[in-house]
Design a binder for this molecule. Sequence first.
Ligand SMILES: Cc1ncc(COP(=O)(O)O)c(C=O)c1O
Length: 458
Amino acid sequence: MKKTYQKPAISRRQMGITSKFGTPQTSGFQDNIEGIPVSELTAAYGSPLFVYSYPRLKEIFQNAYRAFSKRYPKVHFAWSYKTNYLQAVCRSYHQLGAWAEVVSEWEYELARKMGNPGNRIIFNGPYKSPRGLQIAVQDGAMINIDSFDEIYEIEQIAEDLGREVEIGMRVNMNLSTLQSWDRFGLNMESGQAFEAARRIAASKWLRLVGIHSHIGTFVLNAEVYREQVRKLIGFVQQIQQAESIKIRYIDIGGGFASHNKLKASIYPAAYQTIPSFDQYAEAITAELLNAFPAAQLPTLFLETGRGLVDESAFLIAQVVATKRMNSGMRMLVLDAGVNLLFTSFWYDHTILPAENKAQLNQEAHHIYGPLCMQIDEICNTIQMPYLEKGDQVVISPVGAYNNTQWMQFIHLRPNVVMIGEDKSIAVIRQAENTEYVQQLEALPPWLEKDGKGRSAKG
Ligand SMILES: Cc1ncc(COP(=O)(O)O)c(C=O)c1O
């Protein structure tokens, strides 16, 4: 689409030289998503409004897949359900070839309902319910155990079924530049992971076929993955030599950063610090290719979440009030707050006016949401033109973790739409209403009548 000419403007800077607190966001505007005017989207579907772009989602997935598959012959992405379990999002990834990665019985059920057979579902997490484990074992899912307790539990299930069950094991490790997520999986340095591998090898009912580790999230240094993979390879070689174990897969979890801006980041734009998929892929696959002969390469699994989906979604919000605070700083109240944008606790999202306001002076603003709660702050300081009630903004990227961690609190959750490759718009989740929110509630008999003695059922 031809870009709209934006007249140059001189704007007064009230703050904003680069400092340890970072630089303020630069101005600009976003009046459309995939060529569809923002005003048209909200006129049809209301405000606030989550908007997913399928073309963008597809492009990012294909770039990521290409970065790995051109380097490594046996690679699968498994969609991390907790990052976003809107059905349209999950289905998009599955159609593009991704397996599923889940961390609870409920997520497992969602993945099955999406049409994934058990053997294309990776089951992770520190708590897999007994029923969830039973089903997953019977389905032949890839279960990565998190503790000794799970070894014993699956062993019992296998014995009850009278057949051997293949499992993977999550491990954790010390890394030179990243704090260890040692509450998940079994530790390598302490020997715990080795002990667990030996325990599994000694079992008549279990076979260890995979090693999993997820080192963290928003990992900004691709070289940390090199270190992770090196350590995993060392561990695999150690257990393969010591026991009659043959590891078929290495699952390195998720953690790639998206093009968002962490609050503490001193860089004004995300792309200055975020490694590309090629950089991540190079660090990960080079180590594997060096360590194993071609015929013995393990299958590589990636459970990338935010790195795939974040940039495919936008949140359109409206200014519902403006004010000047005691500090003198101007503030905006939006109709979307932390109830919809959980990630604003750690990101400074890009927030752009939905109209070209270049002719207006910019000044520093606080941006708040609509909740009657002090914590409902979307952005602490941002340079914005002088927006007024009724003006709209587009907040991005918002595709990761918001539509799973959003809350129905004070305000109901709004419509979510997806724009297709042909620019058609589909509602992928309807705005909630009171009936939806209360449908699982009931009044006990002694509370059925209201204050005037009338039955609540009418
Ligand atoms: C086991 C596991 N895999 C994958 C992910 C997805 O991580 P990310 O969204 O950082 O890629 C997570 C998230 O915490 C996780 O715990």
